[in-house]
Design a protein around this ligand. Structure first.
Ligand SMILES: Nc1ncnc2c1ncn2[C@@H]1O[C@H](COP(=O)(O)OP(=O)(O)OP(=O)(O)O)[C@@H](O)[C@H]1O
Ligand SMILES: [Mg+2]
Length: 246
């Protein structure tokens, strides 16, 4: 018999999630999904709730209401470490690296298991980010902003992740480094589905296949990135981007 596919078609499906931080009702029933073989971007102004949405998925801020499905299984009551072991990687906004540890130590602390497959993924990450190999024995705190972001991403992809959540990787980076991060994400998407939070529209539109716009704790629009690129009205209303680019 043909199975019901509506939930399983999306690797991640968030349904009407409400999230509180303390007394504050931050996410007001957001729904979005992430299709397999695609990059989905959450965009929106400062304070829109983008980081809260990722923290809700990963179990750091469990929703008070609503459901979250990963590969068809409900995860909204699971602990962050259980969700990580199911194959969801997370690169937080502050990158989450240990400045006082070496690059090598940062990588080893990140590994959920140290097996053959992890070693292979480590080699792949170091091939992708050659500077990490170069500064392998150096303190992470001495890396440049771009190199720290590469380390943060490498720490997530060293594990067996089928879904990677990345929070504003372009933040504070020079344009040429943003291009390097775009290239890295374009490589990563061959191995893992990516949900990206971004305010940098150049980056969002360079890697994104689908978008959701968040505003004031709600998802106000969603669709195909190609369409948003040409929708001057939406871009100016929610993203503060004018046609002249200023
Ligand atoms: N620890 C906290 N305590 C109280 N309110 C918080 C806390 N963290 C976030 N908020 C509030 O939650 C809302 C959403 O914040 P969130 O960090 O998710 O936004 P964001 O879209 O990621 O913004 P940015 O683009 O600045 O990173 C904001 O109004 C913010 O002030
Ligand atoms: Mg944020």
């Amino acid at each position: 018999m043909e199975e019901e596919r509506s939930v399983n078609d999306a690797i991640l499906k968030v349904e009407k999630a409400h999230t509180f931080i303390g007394q504050h009702h931050i996410l007001q029933g957001i729904s979005f999904e992430s299709k397999a073989d695609a990059v989905t971007v959450l965009i929106g102004r400062n304070g829109a709730g983008k980081s809260t949405a990722l923290r809700t998925v990963i179990g750091l801020l469990p929703p008070s209401e609503g459901k979250i499905f990963f590969k068809g299984e409900e995860i909204q009551k699971k602990k962050p470490y259980e969700i990580a072991r199911m194959g969801i990687g997370f690169v937080p906004e502050n990158m989450g690296i240990f400045a006082g540890l070496t690059v090598e130590e940062n990588m080893r602390v990140a590994m959920l298991v140290e097996d053959e497959a992890t070693t292979q993924r480590l080699e792949r990450a170091l091939d992708m980010f050659a500077d990490l190999r170069k500064f392998w024995k150096g303190k992470a705190g001495n890396l440049s902003g771009g190199q720290k972001q590469m380390l943060a991403i490498a720490r997530a992809i060293v594990n067996d992740t089928s879904l990677l959540l990345i929070d504003e990787p372009s933040k504070g980076l020079a344009p040429i480094i943003v291009d390097a991060v775009i290239e890295a994400i374009n490589q990563i998407k061959d191995h893992s589905v990516v949900v990206l939070v971004e305010q940098n529209f150049y980056m969002a539109s360079s890697v994104g296949d689908y978008f959701y716009i968040m505003d004031d704790g709600m998802v106000v629009h969603g669709g195909i990135m190609e369409e948003l690129v040409h929708d001057e009205g939406l871009k100016s209303k929610y993203l503060g981007i004018s046609k002249t680019g200023d």
